[in-house]
Structures are given as C-alpha cells and as structure tokens.
Design a protein around this ligand. Structure first.
Ligand code: SAM
Length: 321
C-alpha cells in the first residue's frame, strides 16, 4: 500500500494538553463547533476518544488545526498516537520531589506530555543538543504552559550522571534520532533508497544503532534511575529489538541490575508486541511495543522500558550472548 493511502487511514490525533485544559472542556469545545462523537474515518465532522491513550482525540485525517484557537493557545497538541506511548509508559511521578530527564527533547511533544503527566510538579530536565531545535523546544514549552521544565541546550552524552544536580533522577525518557523509517509519508521514498543503495542504508542504520545504544548505556549510569524508556519511530529491528538486546547485555545493565519491565507494566492492552526472533530471550518480546505503519492507524513506532531490579526482585541472568 502506498504511503498516501496509508496516511489516509491514520486519523488526525490531537492530545489535550492537560497542563492547561481538561478533556471535558475540550469535548464541549468541539461539540460547540459542530463536531459530534462518532467515527472520524467516516465523517469529517466526527471525533472520538482514543482507546489506549487518555486525553487523546481522533479526527478525520483531513481536519486541520493550524487556525484553531485552542491549538494556537497551546491547549491542544498535534501528536501521533504512537508518539504518546513513551511518556505514558515511563509514567513519571506527579510529585513535588519528582526528578525526571527527557534526554532528547526537541521539538517537545513528549516533554510537554511528561509535564502534563507530572501535573507540572517536580523537575523535568529537557536536553537538546541542536541549537535551532532547542529554540523550537523552548517556544513549545512556553506555549504549553510548562513550568517544571528546565530546558538545556546540551548533548546528553556529555552530562555527568554523578553530578549532584542529577542525583535524584528516577525516570529517563530516551527518544533519540533514528532513521524515521516508520513515518508513513516517508515510506515510499525509503523503499526506493533501500533497494538502490542497500549497503549505504545498512551502514547508516548500524551507525544509528551504535549511537542509540550509547545513549541507553549512558542513561543507565544515573545512580537513582529506576525506569528508562527507549523509543524510536523506526520499523527496523537494527534500531529497536537489537539495540535493546545489546543494552541488556551491556556492563551498564549488569552493574545497574536493569531488565525489561514486564508486559503488565508496558501498556498491556496494546496487542502488537516486539519481534521474538530478534530478542535475546523470546519472552522479552512481550515487554516491547511495536506499532505497524498503517495497520495500527499510527506511524511505525517502537517502545521499550528498562527497570532496575530491586535486590529482592533480582532474577538469575539467563540471557545468551
Ligand atoms: N522527543 C521529541 C518529541 O517527541 O518531540 C523528538 C526527539 S527527535 C526523535 C530526537 C532529538 O534528539 C533531535 O532533536 C536531536 O537533535 C536530539 N539529539 C540527538 N542526539 C542528542 C544528544 N546526544 N543529546 C541531546 N539531544 C540529542
């Protein structure tokens, strides 16, 4: 199926920014505008609530929001469904003493989602190494009313995990640069380049995977980190299951006693899970989330969640190298 046809099957997803607004008020707002609750793929005037993500609304793919007053004021955030999974899976605490990191933050969709889940409490450090994208991030944070976020124009890999400033970090979100191969309107283009230039393509994926692994291993060095979510918008196992497998076998994971969070703790109602043939232990696949472009009415996406085992929960290491 061509990218355009797949895109037509993906609703326009709109996340209600609960930092500024409530789901009830958003629903009333759209009803007052002449929308009705129904099937958004069947009518341009219908909208619905998402079955998996709280505060996410679905509209017809043709609906535009750029002139909408609630969008312009930051009360609504245009964010694909799959891209809402990572913050939800990380489940950061909503407490005054919470300390959380978003390691790769711009343009800020997931940072603003984390802020909303934290109810604007505690501290959320948001790193972004690119200066221009950092500018976009700070604008988005201001527009979304985020008060608990400290944006930093810094390469996460240069941050010292033993810096006292980060001593209380418990939750880390890692959504690093990837091939973007899951983004539906890029799929056709990618298929062509894959056929034409397989070697260059493989080389690029291998470099991305090495970088992604480095980011996870760095996150595992934060002494109090108990939960780390790693996500990509790639469909390639090289950037997904294989990176997770290497991370689980790393010295950092062994020293920090990290393992994958069990399925019950990682959006258990979502049916599409990781590829068992690509994980070190086939049971690990159930812990992983995949979204298939088009088929799941989302872009292609991957989410994993590492958690530190407490001493009593430690399990024997049965992984093969
Ligand atoms: N999480 C973002 C969102 O939902 O809006 C999207 C993140 S995008 C996939 C990856 C971002 O990470 C890019 O803006 C890139 O510049 C940034 N990045 C890549 N490597 C980084 C590093 N080592 N430290 C900090 N930021 C990095």
């Amino acid at each position: 199926q061509a990218g355009d046809a797949r895109a037509a099957q993906i609703p326009r997803y709109v996340r209600v920014n609960t930092t500024m607004w409530s789901l009830d008020d958003a629903v009333k707002y759209f009803l007052a505008q002449g929308f009705s609750l129904g099937a958004p793929l069947e009518s341009t005037k219908a909208f619905a609530q998402d079955a998996h993500i709280p505060n996410l609304l679905l509209f017809s793919p043709q609906t535009t929001f750029h002139a909408d007053a609630a969008y312009k004021s930051g009360k609504l955030i245009l964010q694909d469904k799959a891209s809402c999974f990572p913050a939800l899976v990380l489940a950061p605490p909503a407490r005054k003493d919470a300390v959380v990191i978003d390691a790769t933050a711009a343009p800020g969709n997931k940072t603003t989602h984390l802020c909303a889940l934290m109810r604007n409490l505690g501290k959320l450090y948001a790193f972004e190494r690119d200066r221009k994208r950092f500018g976009t991030l700070t604008m988005m944070l201001a527009k979304a009313g985020c008060k608990n976020v400290e944006p930093m124009n810094t390469d996460f890999l240069t941050v010292d995990p033993l810096d006292p400033k980060f001593a209380k970090v418990t939750h880390i979100l890692l959504d690093p640069s990837c091939s973007g191969s899951g983004i539906v309107n890029r799929l056709d283009h990618l298929l062509e380049t894959e056929e034409e230039n397989q070697e260059a393509h493989d080389d690029r994926l291998a470099k991305l995977a090495a970088f992604q692994l480095m980011m996870i291993k760095h996150a595992m060095k934060f002494p109090k980190a108990s939960r780390i979510v790693y996500s990509t918008c790639s469909v390639h196992a090289t950037e997904n299951e294989r990176v997770v497998r290497a991370a689980l076998l790393s010295d950092e994971a062994v020293a920090g006693a990290f393992r994958l969070a069990p399925r019950e703790d990682v959006l258990p109602t979502w049916q599409r899970r990781g590829m068992p043939e690509e994980t070190a232990d086939p049971d690990d696949a159930a812990s992983l989330i995949r979204c298939s472009p088009g088929e799941d009415a989302t872009n292609g996406f991957f989410v994993s969640c590492f958690m530190r085992c407490t001493a009593e929960a430690k399990v024997p290491n049965k992984r093969k190298a």
